[in-house]
Ligand binder design. Structure first.
Ligand code: HEC
Ligand code: HEC
Length: 351
């Protein structure tokens, strides 16, 4: 009972309790009761995450597009892809992904366990057949021994593969940043300039209306009218990917679709047209380029976007009239304040 209780307490950790607009330090991560974290499971998940067997042509692992050297994204405007195809969105960082309740830029997956199978199956990402993958992993004796140790028997299923990967992903947390220490009462943890930036972030800039809680994200979707990435118009392979995703999402006029409809693809509700999920800002200095389509290369460009009141015609943001000094303070806060202790990325030995 006590164990069960502690799982429940972890599952409703800080971000759920956080009041809108309020920043809180990173605490316990939420863990689903039916996939508890164990060191062996995390280690198995890490191996699978970096195993190229997960892709159809054996060239790509999850770390190709979520690279620890690139802030757990891939550093490109539009993410990498399966050979001969092109991706259509920016690869988001996996930092703090344990806190996200809806995954992907449009929120179409509800858990890390559910999400992990999508890239493996995606025609333009890993293009793997899951029936084949199960047999491929099952043919490796070291893996069978590890599945037995973690799950009680050596059966290799796609669900277990996803559970182990999800357990590993939950460890990708930015901890003990200057902001965390500041929020815990250490005034000096933020430099004077970063402290002024914190004041802009939570005050005149209005950033904390959407970027709040431990993960600095509200788990909601906003149509800020970020400009299109010109690559979308130039590259017919991106058009093919866009139409393909729209088609499998049940978008009737998918062949005439010329832009990314965002959350609309999931809800089919006009108010969600081109709405995208608020991303985490943890480690944001390391996760350029920015936005769902990577159109902004630097934090200065993002700050200018918000200062101008967002993209043309959006109904959510107002011009901020920040001074040059305030813009600089905001950038210093984002860069210095949200950079935590380095996460330990000892690469596993793949069996
Ligand atoms: C070819 C590049 C590529 C590969 C390989 C890849 N991803 Fe991704 N990943 C992306 C892109 C692009 C998105 C955003 C897609 C979207 O929002 O529609 C994404 C989104 C995600 C998200 C959602 C993050 C969030 O903040 O919502 C998770 C979690 C994730 N990937 C995990 C994985 C795992 C696990 C693997 C391996 C099984 C993997 N990815 C392989 C490119 C890739
Ligand atoms: C109305 C809600 C809202 C407000 C207010 C807001 N943001 Fe955002 N922010 C978002 C959304 C949604 C995105 C993602 C847009 C996209 O992907 O197209 C975003 C993206 C970002 C990004 C890019 C992160 C990445 O990894 O791509 C940064 C940096 C950022 N915001 C900082 C700020 C700052 C600084 C402020 C205040 C000046 C601010 N935001 C105010 C909702 C908001």
């Amino acid at each position: 009972m006590r164990k069960l209780l502690s799982v429940i307490v972890m599952a409703v950790g800080l971000p759920v309790c956080a009041l809108a607009g309020q920043l809180v330090p990173v605490g316990d991560i939420p863990v689903p009761a039916d996939n508890p974290q164990t060191p062996e499971k995390i280690e198995l998940g890490k191996k699978l995450f970096f195993d190229r067997r997960l892709s159809g042509d054996g060239t790509t692992n999850c770390g190709t597009c979520h690279d620890p050297e690139q802030g757990l994204g891939d550093g490109l405007e539009i993410s990498l892809n399966y050979p001969t195809t092109r991706n259509w969105r920016n690869s988001p960082t996996l930092i703090g992904v344990a806190f996200q309740k809806q995954l992907f830029h449009d929120g179409r997956a509800a858990s890390l366990e559910e999400q992990a199978l999508f890239p493996m199956m995606s025609a333009f990402e890993m293009n793997q057949n899951l029936d084949y993958l199960e047999e491929e992993i099952r043919s490796v004796p070291e893996y069978v021994a590890e599945f037995t140790a973690v799950f009680g028997d050596g059966d290799v299923t796609r669900q277990r593969i996803a559970m182990a990967i999800a357990a590993f992903e939950r460890t990708l947390v930015s901890r003990n940043s200057p902001l965390d220490r500041f929020l815990q009462g250490d005034e000096q943890a933020l430099t004077p300039e970063a402290r002024q930036g914190y004041a802009v972030f939570t005050g005149k800039g209005g950033c904390a209306t959407c970027h709040y809680g431990a993960n600095l994200a509200d788990d909601r979707f906003h149509a800020l009218q970020v400009r299109e990435n010109p690559e979308h118009l130039k590259d017919p392979r991106i058009a093919a990917t866009r139409r393909f995703v729209a088609k499998v999402s049940g978008f009737a006029d998918y062949r005439n679709l010329a832009e990314d409809p965002g959350r609309y693809l999931v809800t089919k509700d006009r108010k969600d047209w081109k709405a995208f999920r608020t991303p985490t800002l943890r480690e944001v200095a390391a996760t350029a380029p920015y936005m769902h389509n990577g159109v902004y290369a630097t934090l200065d460009e993002v700050i200018d976007f918000f200062n101008a009141g967002g993209g043309a015609g959006n109904g959510e943001l107002k011009p901020l009239q920040l001074t040059e000094a305030e813009k600089r303070q905001l950038r210093v806060f984002l860069e210095e304040g949200l950079a935590g202790e380095p996460i330990d990325f000892s690469y596993p030995k793949i069996p």
